[in-house]
Design a protein around this ligand. Structure first.
Ligand SMILES: COC(=O)c1cc2cc(CO)sc2[nH]1
Length: 229
């Protein structure tokens, strides 16, 4: 998988060199490249934003730098890459979305700031490639970078080979539509709190049944709407 990120804060993504995704980058499983939007400005102040047509507070990101930056990545014709634009007006990001992104060969993330990117950028690239506006949730961040970091982690870990034991991906919250069961490890007794005896029983059928029961109970208590599906 190739990932390109266009942002005015490219160093924000240096952290991707660490941990899980760091190994995936070194092994070539995931090729992450950041691009500084300001490299595609040509005025003395390296301007990337301007006041909104129609008035209103805040600033809007100018289309020209985005056009130059994105053309450099996907060329000036049709592209099979998926352009992901984090936006409060986007579709909700879920584990299903993460799985869809993980199946892509080439993801391009456009990190907006301020009030967003001039709409014509989405319209222009929407004529020659798939474009998805995605939101992390019903709140607003100051820019797309944090959202892109979360999406890259959620999708990157689903890319085959990135996580050592693929089994660990199966029994996770939201993978089967339920929240995950509670986990325990040694010691069996800690500050007077005991590990549920069934987990020490060695009875794998009883353990699986208990874990599923815990998933349903936790989901009903914390996220009852997930049980409606
Ligand atoms: C949950 O919030 C988001 O996903 C989110 C993405 C973006 C992009 C912005 C720049 O206009 S503000 C913002 N919020």
């Amino acid at each position: 998988m190739r990932i390109d990120i266009v942002t005015i804060f490219p160093s924000f993504f240096d952290v991707l060199d660490l941990s899980l995704l760091g190994k995936a980058r070194q092994s070539g499983l995931i090729d992450v490249r950041t691009h500084d939007l300001r490299e595609h400005t040509h005025d003395r102040h390296r301007t990337v934003d301007d006041t909104p047509y129609g008035g209103g507070a805040g600033m809007v990101m100018k289309p020209e730098p985005w056009g130059e930056a994105l053309d450099e990545i996907v060329g000036d014709g049709a592209s099979d890459a998926l352009l992901v634009v984090p936006s409060p007006a986007g579709e909700p990001f879920t584990q299903a979305t993460a799985r869809e992104l993980a199946a892509e060969a080439h993801l391009v993330f456009a990190c907006g700031r301020y009030e967003g990117i001039d709409q014509r950028v989405v319209d222009h690239y929407g004529e020659r490639m798939r474009v998805r506006l995605i939101s992390l949730g019903d709140y607003v961040l100051n820019g797309g970078e944090v959202a892109v970091m979360a999406m890259i982690e959620a999708a990157g870990r689903l890319v085959p080979g990135v996580v050592g034991n693929p089994e660990s991906l199966v029994e996770e919250s939201h993978e089967d539509g339920l929240l995950e069961y509670p986990s325990y490890t040694k010691p069996a007794s800690w500050r007077g709190l005991e590990v549920p005896p069934v987990l020490l029983s060695g009875n794998h059928g009883a353990i699986a049944a208990w874990r599923h029961e815990q998933q349903v109970e936790r989901t009903r208590r914390v996220r009852p709407e997930l049980l409606d599906d």
